[in-house]
Design a protein. Structure first.
Length: 95
């Protein structure tokens, strides 16, 4: 699996606008490791599709919300896909 094929699958799952440009990945380091991709899905369905792509390919996921400390914690063994909640605009259900 190449980084480009992963990005293509994620773009198909969440839309091209959801995939950040690779030049921005440095701002999303996970414990010093550049992520395999950074995705900002806009809907719950897109989140589910992104998670399905990652699960199919065995790629770990690192969720990122407001104030998430991605720089803390152990270094990941495999570069994760960062899934940002930045474009999600509201709760649809809460228990």
């Amino acid at each position: 699996m190449t980084a480009r094929s992963l990005e293509a699958a994620l773009a198909e799952a969440a839309g091209d606008a959801a995939i950040l440009d690779r030049m921005a990945y440095g701002a999303w380091l996970v414990a010093g490791v550049e992520p395999a991709a950074v995705v900002q899905p806009a809907t719950a369905g897109a989140v589910a599709a992104v998670l399905a792509v990652c699960a199919e390919r065995g790629v770990p996921v690192e969720p990122a919300g407001a104030g998430t400390a991605l720089g803390q914690g152990p270094e990941p063994a495999v570069a994760p896909v960062v899934v940002s909640t930045r474009r999600l605009t509201g709760l649809t259900e809460y228990e």
